[in-house]
Design a protein around this ligand. Structure first.
Ligand SMILES: [Zn+2]
Length: 586
């Protein structure tokens, strides 16, 4: 339980359960809620639901449910304090300093912070090389030629790794031992000679920072014709390529504000776009996006404009990234820049040659990914039946990922028109493909047996949600003892107490005081489709409950008549006041 005023409560208030769960489960928006395949039991159609407003989850299949901490505790198999920490980290909430647990952990943490320090020193070293050495002068000329002036060099920490082979090594050797140096990725080991030497030589260096802004790696571009043109740090204890998005540390604010990201391939592109005044740009720093990078990005936005290189590799990367982004329910547009002269244009080249205004113009007009894909499909040979089939096969996997049925249908019409494909034929192919994906909420038979009556379900829902009259309703229910003896009695009791407390009712807090089967029922009810409740409806539900209560009491009377011979007692029983209220016609 997150106690009031505690760090856990602070985290719970700031954390978005949809985001946190979304890092583990592919969630789709269905109505107001999100659903996906349950991570706790094996299933083919999604019965795992997340409630974005009430911030809890519930699986109709296996009955697991709770708040964001319960989820992380179950997923990560950890205890409450650890779950709080995990959620805080995911949401970028600073964790109060804590003692480290094991000696190994302390050692690893120590090593990581030394490596970060080493990267900081390397950064200073590279910057100085660029600024104050004859070799650096040539590098500066090259950068200027690419439109990178002093400001850009300072802003993006651009540096230079000299050609000598051990300049950085000599610089760092006095402070760090060989073992640390070789795990840092800054130096490499010549296996035959057993010597260490600089990994980056005669290259322009670009610091790569983690989300929090610590330099964890370098990207380096060859100054001359050395191969490879781009060389990055290897995987190290502080750097994993698929876990880092270049420029994210500086883009965070803009990503949240603008609620979309521009995704480019390399750091030169990201720098060019950022310098054009568009700060919500990140680079995947690889040919395509990796799953952890998507999870990182979706914490800030779920809308992306993909602006990869227009070459074949870039196109393939665009399509791979598209697939992955769509699977994670991103809204995606694709910006394919026109060639500049006879050169295919990446964002860097395009902005340099055509200016930022022209880039902005294209950015604003970037079409939804389906248009991009149709354009790609139209490049295929559409004169033959087989050609059309190929084009359709290319498009279908993407189209079927559109969650919205109306949109899917609109696209079907457009594709049929543009590719001159028979529309009914296309639709049947689409609906077949869509059926394989459609999310249907399934209820297990054992749950149905225990289902509460509609009136009870409705009142429970109102107690949990009807801010306007919840308090009044709770008083009514309590005074007339209306829920006593019901199957849902305990749920009512907990909700009535919560409603009368004057505090907002938190589903997960109420669920926490209930037995497992009652909690399951409560969560189920909260996920049902429902209209806005009204006081009138509440009153008619209460009447229905009164009616049922009277029926129950009458049945008691009849049982007791059968059990006891008529006598003085009967007259007393028959004056039970509720009998006079009974509506016999109903
Ligand atoms: Zn489940």
């Amino acid at each position: 339980m997150a106690e009031a005023g505690s760090f856990a409560e602070k985290v719970k208030l700031q954390a978005d359960i949809v985001r946190v769960v979304g890092e583990y489960v592919r969630l789709k928006k269905i109505g107001q809620n999100f659903a996906g395949l349950c991570p706790f039991h094996s299933e083919k159609s999604p019965s795992f639901n997340v409630h974005p407003v009430k911030q809890f989850y519930h699986c109709f299949g296996c009955g697991k449910g709770g708040d964001v901490f319960n989820f992380v505790m179950d997923m990560e198999k950890c205890e409450f304090p650890e779950a709080v920490k995990v959620v805080a980290e995911k949401c970028g909430i600073a964790i109060p300093r804590q003692k480290e647990r094991s000696p190994e952990e302390r050692k690893e943490n120590q090593q990581r912070s030394v490596l970060v320090e080493m990267h900081r020193e390397a950064q200073t070293f590279f910057a100085k090389q660029l600024e104050g050495t004859p070799e650096g002068k040539a590098a500066r000329a090259y950068l200027e030629d690419r439109g990178l002036d002093k400001d850009a060099i300072a802003r993006f920490g651009i540096g230079y790794a000299p050609s000598g082979g051990d300049a950085l090594l000599r610089h760092l050797k006095s402070k760090y031992n060989e073992k640390l140096l070789s795990v840092s990725g800054l130096v490499s080991r010549d296996e035959s000679a057993g010597r260490l030497f600089d990994r980056f030589r005669r290259r322009i260096t670009f610091p790569i920072s983690s989300e929090s802004g610590k330099i964890v790696a370098f990207g380096a571009r060859a100054l001359g014709d050395d191969m490879p043109k781009y060389l990055n740090s290897p995987e190290t204890p502080i750097y994993s390529k698929s876990n880092v998005l270049y420029h994210l540390d500086r883009a965070k604010e803009a990503l949240r504000r603008q609620d979309f990201a521009i995704l480019v391939e390399g750091y030169m592109d990201a720098i060019a776009v950022a310098r054009a005044g568009i700060s919500n740009v990140v680079a995947s720093c690889g040919t395509s996006l990796a799953e952890p990078q998507i999870k990182l990005l979706q914490r800030f936005t779920k809308r992306v404009i993909v602006n990869y290189d227009p070459d074949t590799a870039g196109q393939a990367a665009t399509e791979r990234s598209l697939s992955l982004l769509l699977e994670h329910d991103f809204e995606v547009r694709v910006l394919a820049l026109p060639p500049v002269g006879d050169k295919k244009a990446d964002p860097d080249l395009f902005i340099r040659e055509c200016g930022k205004d022209e880039y902005l113009k294209f950015l604003k007009e970037a079409p939804p990914y389906v248009d991009y894909l149709i354009a790609r499909a139209r490049q295929m040979d559409l004169t033959t039946g087989e050609g059309k089939q190929r084009a359709l096969n290319f498009l279908l996997p993407y189209i079927q990922k559109i969650p919205n049925g109306i949109l899917r249908s609109e696209w079907a019409t457009r594709i049929a028109q543009q590719l001159r494909i028979d529309e009914p034929l296309l639709r049947s192919a689409l609906s077949k493909a869509a059926k394989e994906r459609r999310g249907v909420i399934t209820t297990r038979p054992e749950m149905i047996g225990r289902a509460a009556k509609p009136v009870e379900r409705r009142l429970i829902r109102m107690l949990a949600e009807a801010e306007g009259f919840r308090h009044e309703l709770a008083k009514h229910l309590q005074n007339a003892h209306l829920y006593h003896g019901l199957e849902t009695e305990k749920i009512f009791a907990a909700l009535v107490i919560a409603s009368l407390s004057g505090q907002p009712v938190q589903a997960t807090e109420v669920g926490a005081v209930l037995e497992e089967r009652d909690r399951r029922l409560l969560f189920e009810i909260l996920f049902e489709e429902a209209n806005e409740p009204s006081w009138e409806e509440a009153m008619s539900c209460i009447e229905a409950l009164q009616h049922r209560q009277a029926e129950r009491e009458l049945a008691d009377v009849q049982r007791s008549i059968e059990a006891n011979p008529p006598g003085t007692e009967l007259r007393g029983l028959l004056t039970v006041e509720t009998l006079s209220d009974l509506n016999w016609s109903g």
